[in-house]
Design a protein. Structure first.
Length: 601
């Protein structure tokens, strides 16, 4: 490797600029190593614009920007009017598209290609498009992957318009196919550009403010932030950190309702600590214990697994990271031990510390307010009983405030923003209160699934269904299959009161609406195995879209999903049940054998 091929600085950057001929020579002999990329993700920079581009100076500015976000890599290529700039080596996994980055664990990764400019109003042309087409075509040749299988867009993975509203995928693919065939590209079809709105810029400006209170600001290219939004995990409670465990370098970041981690350099992964722990406190020496210790340390707390309050917080990470260690308080009804966490305050009588309870379930208003005050104090914020935003946050159980209410300028609008652990609340000029998580985003309804060698893949619905609550530690012990005529749009409305975890469409598409770790509201109280229970907490709900006639594609998809869920949660065929028509949420029956055909593997 020559000195020119060695990246420098942080994140490591090559910083070379190639013309068309030099690029073709470079990529023709490039050594991708044992794992070659299998996708190219196309972006636009939006900022800097073409007019702002200043070559090497701009590249160094981008490097400083990524360093300020704590990134260890960046996109691979920047395509500008002066040539093709190399940033992250193409043999390394970059950071540019969230879960679209890929990972060694997943067995695939992508090349991030940034077109300099803003292409929301008109598509790229001139030198930038000629070089982009060259890069996409030559990578298709070098990797021996057809353009249609190779090329994806940033907006396939994230709530953005990137690489621009005016850039259509069919147009890009046709252009690259024409380049490969050495023929003239077909006439560009008219691009129906959606009316320009400030929704994306407005939402991202507010997310940046919210994520900056305890983290490093918001970046859609970072898989942790992408996962936190998709799974409604709330705001970060600390900056991204690194540790060594089991011979690996691990990066992690605590959010209000979960801690996410990934092994370096798997920048497309966002693994959940709760899944790793699987309802148990691990012994010292392993990754799970190292992450638990580090999570508690972010609040200045040394994790003591034998302490009942510590143990309760560790076994339900949706309580949020501890903000301070256990402290004694005295109320009118006695003395208590209190562990203030970001989203929940845990407490126990001082003389009966094993009887751990939650402030959110208290019916004693005086004691509940005393516990809230302790939590706000641990967060460094005043408890304001009459403040409208704090009252709204407590009503929706959004946790402690992370900062005082601030007037924020975003995309030409001014809004009062109150950032809480699990969400942020906005007050605009008309006085209405909105949750940041509910603001519209410029994105397709469904996010594209990463390539996977499977009969079916699972797409994520964005922004996800809202009909869910915590499982409160319940183990998944059943799969409930529903058949009812409910549209995807109805399931995704913010005020929906019913949702399964998965929707299997007539065409065989599988859409995940609620994360498995949450209790989707799909069945409620029901008789099951001689006992009346809340099946939401211990089951996975699957809605099979009704079809007029048997559909082989749908049957294959349902069978694949059943196999996947049964393996994941160690379930038998007897653990699959169906709601008895009509779907009234009150009575369930064992799935009949005739109905099971096509559902069971």
């Amino acid at each position: 490797m020559s000195a020119a091929d060695r990246p420098t600085g942080h994140p490591p950057m090559l910083g070379r600029c190639l013309d068309a001929a030099a690029w073709q020579e470079y990529v023709a002999t490039y050594d991708f190593g044992p794992l070659a990329p299998s996708r190219v993700v196309l972006h636009h920079t939006w900022r800097p614009t073409v007019a702002q581009w200043a070559g090497a100076r701009t590249m160094r500015g981008m490097q400083r920007f990524y360093a300020s976000k704590g990134w260890d890599a960046g996109p691979h290529l920047f395509i500008a009017t002066d040539g093709i700039w190399l940033f992250t080596p193409m043999a390394d996994i970059g950071i540019h598209a969230g879960r679209g980055n890929g990972s060694l664990r997943a067995g695939w990764y992508s090349i991030g290609v940034e077109m300099v400019g803003n292409y929301d109003e008109s598509p790229p042309d001139g030198v930038i498009w000629e070089l982009t087409r060259l890069v996409l075509g030559s990578l298709s040749q070098r990797l021996d992957i057809a353009p249609r299988a190779l090329i994806s867009f940033h907006r396939d993975y994230s709530p953005k318009s990137c690489p621009g509203r005016a850039v259509g995928k069919e147009w890009v693919i046709a252009e690259v196919e024409a380049w490969l065939a050495r023929r003239a590209a077909p006439p560009a079809p008219p691009v129906a550009v959606a009316p320009a709105t400030d929704d994306e810029a407005y939402r991202e400006a507010l997310l940046e403010h919210a994520y900056r209170q305890r983290g490093e600001g918001y970046q859609s290219g970072w898989a942790f932030h992408d996962a936190a939004l998709r799974h409604q995990l709330g705001n970060p409670l600390a900056r991204r950190q690194a540790l060594q465990a089991a011979g690996r370098r691990i990066v992690f970041q605590p959010f209000a309702r979960e801690t996410l981690y990934a092994a370096v350099p798997d920048w497309g992964d966002a693994e959940r600590l709760s899944t790793l722990l699987d309802g148990a406190i691990p012994p010292p020496g392993g990754l799970g214990r190292a992450l638990l210790d580090a999570l508690f340390a972010t609040g200045g707390v040394r994790f003591e697994p034998q302490h009942p309050l510590h143990r309760a917080a560790a076994l339900d990470l949706r309580c949020g990271p501890p903000l301070a260690d256990v402290q004694p308080i005295r109320g009118a009804t006695g003395a208590y031990l209190v562990l203030p966490c970001a989203c929940e305050t845990l407490y126990a009588p001082a003389d009966r510390p094993q009887q751990v309870a939650r402030a959110s379930t208290l019916r004693d208003p005086a004691l509940r307010e005393l516990l809230w005050r302790a939590a706000y104090r641990a967060a460094g914020q005043p408890y304001l009983a009459g403040d409208a935003l704090q009252r709204e946050a407590r009503r929706h159980e959004l946790g402690v405030p992370l900062a005082p209410t601030t007037l924020v300028a975003a995309a030409g609008r001014r809004v009062r923003l109150a950032v809480f652990a699990a969400d942020a609340l906005c007050i605009e000029g008309d006085g209405s209160i909105a949750r940041l998580s509910a603001l519209p985003a410029s994105r397709p309804l469904l996010a594209a699934a990463a390539p996977a060698p499977a009969i079916a893949t699972i797409a994520r619905a964005g922004p996800g269904a809202s009909a869910w609550s915590p499982r409160f530690g319940a183990r998944i012990s059943a799969i409930v299959v529903h058949r009812r005529a409910v549209s995807l749009e109805q399931l995704l409305t913010p005020d929906a009161r019913w949702s399964p975890h998965y929707l299997v469409c007539r065409d065989g598409a599988i859409i995940q609406l609620v994360d498995d770790a949450l209790a989707a509201w799909h069945i409620g109280m029901a008789m099951w195995r001689t006992r009346r229970r809340n099946l939401n907490r211990s089951s996975i709900g699957v809605l099979v879209e009704p079809a007029e006639a048997p559909n082989p594609a749908q049957q294959r998809a349902v069978a694949w999903l059943m196999r996947r869920l049964r393996r994941r949660y160690t379930l038998s065929a007897d653990d699959i049940i169906a709601v008895t028509p009509p779907d009234d949420h009150r009575e369930t029956a064992r799935l009949p054998i005739t109905h099971a055909k096509g559902l069971l593997p």
